[in-house]
Design a protein around this ligand. Sequence first.
Ligand code: PMP
Length: 443
Amino acid sequence: LIELDRAHLIHPVASYRGHEQQGVRVLASARGATVTDASGRQLVDGFAGLWCVNAGYGHDSIVEAAARQMRELPYATAYFGLGSEPAIRLASELAERAPGDLDHVYFTLGGSDAVDSTIRFVRYYWTARGEPRRDQFISIEMGYHGSSTVGAGLTALPAFHAGFGIPFDWQHKIPSPYPYRNPVGEDPQAVIAASLAALRAKVEEIGPERVAAFYAEPIQGSGGVIVPPRGWLKAMGDLCRELGILFIADEVITGFGRTGPLFACSEEGVVPDFITTAKGLTSGYVPMGAVFMADHVYQTIADGAGPSAVGHGYTYSAHPVSAAVGLEVLKLYENGLLENGRKAGARLMAGLEALKDHPLVGEVRGRGMLAAVELVVDKKNKTPLPAEAQAARRIFDRAWENGLVIRAFANGVLGYAPPLCCTDADIDAILERTAVTLDQTLE
Ligand code: PMP
């Protein structure tokens, strides 16, 4: 398999880089939070695949929901006014739970095309409002907004830009709120004030009449689980409203229980103009994303007919099997999974906090079942691990040998996003294997 993989399978490069020598690790099966590789070795999955298998693996009720839908009606286009019952029901169930007036749901295949769709809808919105010159977009350093051509330009991770001729000149960035490494220090109010000032200044610099929208993740995931202070998201949203620009919360990672509730925006008291989601929506069993659109945006697009009346969509938009899975997963969230995630998240955070005194641990941060340990070589000066020495890759390898799957970001941050179904024993295994891995890294 490894040879065939090398010869024929193209992996997403940014995550594969550094793993070439060893080749791919092939997973064979999984149940709960445990994955089994092709040689029969079991590991605890501390990252829920790619922050997505929130319900855990091997859920028979999800499999049955998919199988039932495949038998009944495996495909129905969402085009030409056609539809399917699961897609309609899922949209309505989700709209009921989304913050504020985010009552309209546009299904995609994943997160990248959810973000991509918002870019198109934002442009369409401003054109419909008679302001087509509002075509400039702002996002945040260290942010991730997918890998479509334009979405990757909002993404601010260099690996996604190099060689692609992006970002485009209409895509602007402001600094990350990153409390641990913020030039203004870690004080929450100072961090919030710095972000507000940066957004104001950027809008001024671009020209206030040219700015279309601002994108933010409630917690920056792929940048290394960067957790802004409480109140930051609300403050940024309020400023967008004051400046008259649209505000998009990218909840592809934070949505569906990762930080506790179904939407991180809800616990922050924020009602953006759009929310993008994917991953936990179907818990990774089948691909699907969803854009939530505020009523005032919907009413403006195509004169109140909404996006159904504009030229944007996919063959697999609102796929019935994905929607059936989404409905089943939503049931699981509300029948104990969110609750279990909150409990397991508290255990995970407490356990990681206990590692704070380890000589390599610079900071422990997180919310719910989304956490990070930032490793440093010098705690006082917060000196990062040397990226060029591929320290992160070695930590990933060591953790793997210890029976733990975690994400090791290039900047020496260890990322945790376990399935919400984790038992106490699963969480304890993650913590114990992390401690062993850190000690080995010190050696
Ligand atoms: N936005 C955010 C915040 C993400 O974390 C991701 C994926 N990690 C995406 C968008 C893109 O989602 P996908 O990989 O499903 O296209």
